[in-house]
Write a protein that binds this ligand. Structure first.
Ligand code: NAD
Length: 532
């Protein structure tokens, strides 16, 4: 089809279940921004290849998968569609490279030098990578630029840790003993990543595993393969020895499974849904493999009456609509004190109504398109179910009426009660649930009333209130008077169904190591028994 498609392209019919929500909530005055020269910016589709044993290659079968931009419905990427045999070859290559010691025997300085070269390689391709990331995910190009640029710092931080990774020694065991605890790379690590922050999430894993001396097999999401494949090109240009990093592209059920099940894999690092994470954990657990999981969340922001009003309103809108809410850390529910609930919610609705939604290529757009028809349907089903359960759709609730692209209106659901699914389940879309509370205890109970425990925020000018709440909320990260800030120095991960283990932080490299105790004896050893 020529681009742009003719304006006469028929609009897709609304799913029947949405009609009722639509009638009540369609917001005609919401901003929707379009771009006249999108076709020019998009250019030609990117053709990527897999990387197996140092060679860029197609799938053995020759099969390919196409990715169309969810915002424009234009072909933007073509990738090999791997099968189980391709995945097995990739694991074999990673195993052979690890066992040969081509990477694990390098010094920390040599590994750090390589990671720094990769950081420079990413810096040289920020524009190209950001465009592909934006086109494949539907996220704003300006945001994609921030993420790709941010990855440079993750690789540099990992380089610093490559040189400081160390074990322990015990000179306190008595005259005859010295204990040395080594950190050794765990071996071959499979990395399976999702579609919402493709290059960012990979950069939370790969440089740290490489810093530890591991080799890797990577499987990006089949929806957002481009930037991972480009990273493969950067790795090779930086001098990556063959087999140290392998990239296989294709669907999770076909390509992902062998990366978990193959006995040649020592550890699985997975980011994605709790459902798939649970399956992976049980398979890895049966084989007694190390596993690290970064999964879903239903993250509350607790708003006390003495909050900085302007900052809190902005953070609530940012928290839930950043990346169109397709974010494990999405601030998808607010718990507001009853004294300010009506006024605060009104202020949030007013701000959310004005958030610029539209073509991700528009420089002012803050909310781009949803990743796929399936995801859009799931989000709409969650909104519909909240409505059926008695909640009010106070803003949005439906699809933007556009000629092309998968866009949802920023949505706010009020009159939510704790037992409703919208109060507890992850929606993974631009949907905010509003709940209210009277006392701090009630706020904490509500915050913890979910199977997840990824992140939370507390808004109050009283530091005692903030710290008391922060201590009692079950979450891997609690922000105080801010939201979604992050630094490579600070560990990231979740309690309960939000995951296992932590990424980033001072110990990020250690997660990819095994400990080995070496016990040395000094001088004459006392016999256990001597024959008479
Ligand atoms: P998903 O679980 O469907 O897929 C994630 C990855 O797993 C993809 O590469 C997919 O191909 C692969 N996969 C699917 N089935 C598999 C199987 N049987 N074996 C091996 N691999 C398989 O998740 P998604 O839809 O891509 O991403 C959305 C989810 O990810 C959300 O639930 C979100 O909360 C979560 N997420 C969590 C974090 C975090 O850091 N906590 C970050 C981003 C996304």
């Amino acid at each position: 089809m020529p681009w742009p498609p003719p304006l006469s392209t028929p609009k897709k019919a609304w799913p029947a279940f949405l009609n009722v929500v639509q009638r009540i909530t369609t917001e005609s005055d919401m901003k929707f921004l379009t771009v006249d020269n999108a076709a020019e910016i998009i250019g030609k589709p990117y053709h990527g290849k897999m990387l197996i044993d140092g060679v860029f290659c197609e799938a053995a079968s020759g099969s390919k998968r196409e990715r169309r931009s969810p915002a424009h419905d234009v072909l933007v990427g073509v990738y090999p569609e791997a099968a189980q045999g391709d995945a097995e070859r990739a694991v074999e290559a990673a195993r052979a490279a690890f066992d040969a010691g081509t990477w694990s025997n390098l010094s920390g300085r040599e590994r750090a030098d390589f990671l720094l070269k990769v950081a420079d390689g990413i810096a040289a391709r920020v524009e190209e990578m950001s465009l592909i990331e934006s086109l494949e995910t539907g996220k704003p190009l300006t945001q994609a630029r921030g993420e790709v640029s941010g990855c440079i710092d993750l690789w540099r931080y990992a380089a610093s840790l490559a040189r400081t990774l160390h074990g322990e020694s015990y000179n306190t065991l008595g005259d005859a003993h010295l204990g040395v605890v080594l950190r050794q790379p765990v071996g071959v690590v499979s990395m399976i990543t999702p579609w919402n922050f493709p290059i960012w999430i990979l950069s939370q894993k790969l440089p740290f595993a490489l810093a530890a001396g591991c080799t890797a097999v990577i499987k990006p999401s089949e929806l957002t393969t481009g930037t991972t494949v480009i990273l493969g090109e950067i790795l090779v240009e930086a001098g990556l020895p063959k087999g140290v990093v392998n990239i296989v592209t294709g669907p999770g059920s076909v390509v992902g499974r062998p990366l978990v099940a193959d006995p040649k894999v020592d550890m699985v690092s997975f980011t994605g849904s709790t459902k798939v994470g649970r399956m992976i954990a049980s398979e890895a657990g049966a084989a007694l493999k190390k596993v690290s999981l970064e999964l879903g969340g239903k993250n509350p922001q607790i708003i006390f009456p003495d909050c900085d009003w302007e900052a809190a309103v902005d953070a609530v809108v940012f928290g839930v609509y950043f990346n169109a809410g397709e974010c494990c850390n999405s601030g998808s529910r607010i718990l507001v004190h009853k004294d300010i609930a009506a006024r605060f919610t009104e202020a949030v609705i007013e701000r959310a109504r004005q958030v610029p939604v539209g073509d991700p290529l528009h420089p002012e757009v803050k909310v781009g398109s949803i990743i796929s028809e399936t995801q859009l349907g799931d989000i709409q089903a969650a909104i519909d179910s909240a409505f059926s359960a008695g909640a009010t759709i106070a803003l949005g609730g439906g699809r933007h009426e556009t000629d092309r692209g998968l866009y949802l209106q920023p949505t706010i659901v009020t009159d939510v009660t704790p037992e409703m699914a919208i109060a507890r389940d992850e929606v993974f879309g631009p949907v905010l649930a509003v709940l209210t509370f009277d006392t701090v205890d009630e706020a904490i109970d509500l915050a913890n009333n979910t199977c997840y425990g990824l992140s939370a925020a507390v808004w109050s000018k009283d530091i005692d209130t903030c710290l008391k709440a922060a201590r009692r909320i079950d979450a891997g990260t609690v922000w105080v008077n801010t939201f979604l800030d992050g630094f490579p120095e600070l560990p990231f991960g979740g309690f309960r169904d939000s995951g296992l283990g932590r990424e980033l932080g001072l110990h990020a490299v250690e997660d990819y190591t095994e400990q080995k105790t070496i016990q040395l004896h000094i001088g004459e050893r006392q016999n256990w028994w001597l024959p008479k």
